[in-house]
Design a protein around this ligand. Structure first.
Ligand SMILES: [Mg+2]
Length: 347
């Protein structure tokens, strides 16, 4: 077995402004694991606000202990995953996990979703994200463009620092489209902010709220749950959800969890989290980072198990070297090829 590294400099079509800051370039890392016959691909999303770096990813992926863990037989996928050394870089672990799954699927000659028994027709439509903007005309035009492209669910990034400003953004979007809206505060509200704005968002037809309070604001989560009526908008935790162990503490506080490969360390952990969330009666969203088609396609193989898909990360990039899952007006079309089913665009 052999591991190769490819650094990906992904150019963002629009500067991506969240409550954390603005960025125009992401430096992800693609990992290739070859058994001499097949090559599995995996991607590590290098997310600056999680203090990740390409160097940390590459250090894990090129560690002789990582290579030694792969073993000789790609069919014994679980053995290899069990043997992997602990990772200080979770996205690096996700890349190795994904590449091993891709290799396994290629060996077996079937797409991952088929090996897991997932019906690809059950993928929920993916939302498309509209970032915050200080330019009202540009913001309205962007909402209109996404709506005209046929997306039935539009995710509005909020957490501008002012709940009145946040509400104004949703009102503007509502005036431009009849599509369903959901909002993501990226932890930008206090519990009091959230309790104040959520009924007003519901009146504007918003379907759910993602990560209202900060990642570690457990008092905020409890205050929110205590203060919300039973028929309040569902709350989906995102930043508060990281690995497998983060699901149970959210049971009874959040209505659902947003699972991303770069947060949890790969497809095996993501599938464990889906099972845990379901056992707790929670909803499931499959999300992504700003990523190429390698990581977004890997996540899409899980979408048939989800209530919500938020898999537009590769569409925010202008120079994605790969192709895999396609998104047609929000409809996810999974590739019908072994493993991930991802290939590189001809140069
Ligand atoms: Mg989010």
């Amino acid at each position: 077995m052999q591991i190769e590294i490819e650094r990906l400099a992904l150019q963002l079509e629009n500067p991506f402004t969240l409550s954390y800051g603005t960025s125009t370039l992401r430096e992800n890392v693609v990992v290739r694991i070859s058994d001499g016959h097949y090559t599995g691909l995996g991607e590590a999303a290098v997310v600056p606000y999680y203090h990740e770096t390409p160097e940390r990813v590459i250090r894990y992926a090129t560690d002789p202990a990582t290579l030694a863990a792969l073993g000789e037989n790609p069919l014994w996928l679980e053995d290899a995953l069990d043997r992997l050394p602990p990772a200080d870089s979770i996205p690096a672990r996700a890349a190795i996990d994904t590449a091993l799954h891709d290799l396994w699927g290629q060996q077996l000659g079937q797409p991952l979703y088929r090996l897991w028994g997932h019906n690809p027709a059950r993928c929920p439509h993916s939302s498309f994200t509209v970032a915050m903007s200080g330019d009202e005309a540009a913001y309205r035009a962007q909402v209109r463009a996404v709506s005209d492209a046929g997306y039935s669910l539009i995710k509005l990034k909020l957490g501008s620092g002012s709940v009145e400003r946040d509400l104004a953004l949703v009102q503007m979007a509502r005036a431009e489209t009849g599509a369903a809206l959901c909002v993501d505060a990226n932890g930008g509200w206090s519990a009091a902010d959230a309790l104040g704005i959520m009924p007003r968002l519901a009146a504007l037809g918003v379907r759910f709220v993602e990560q209202p309070v900060a990642r570690d604001d457990w008092d905020g989560w409890r205050a929110l749950r205590a203060g919300l009526p039973p028929d309040a908008l569902p709350i989906i935790a995102d930043e508060s959800v990281q690995g497998v162990a983060s699901v149970l503490p959210l049971a009874g506080l959040a209505d659902g969890v947003n699972i991303k490969l770069a947060k949890c360390g790969g497809l095996r952990a993501a599938r464990q989290m889906i099972a845990l969330a379901r056992a707790c009666g929670m909803q499931v969203m499959i999300g992504c980072m700003v990523e190429s088609s390698v990581a977004v396609t890997a996540a899409a193989h899980l979408a048939p198990l989800a209530d919500y898909a938020d898999l537009d990360g590769n569409l925010l990039v202008t120079n994605d070297p790969y192709r895999g899952v396609r998104l047609e007006a929000g409809r996810l079309i999974l590739p019908d090829a072994p493993g991930l089913g991802v290939s590189r665009h001809a140069a």
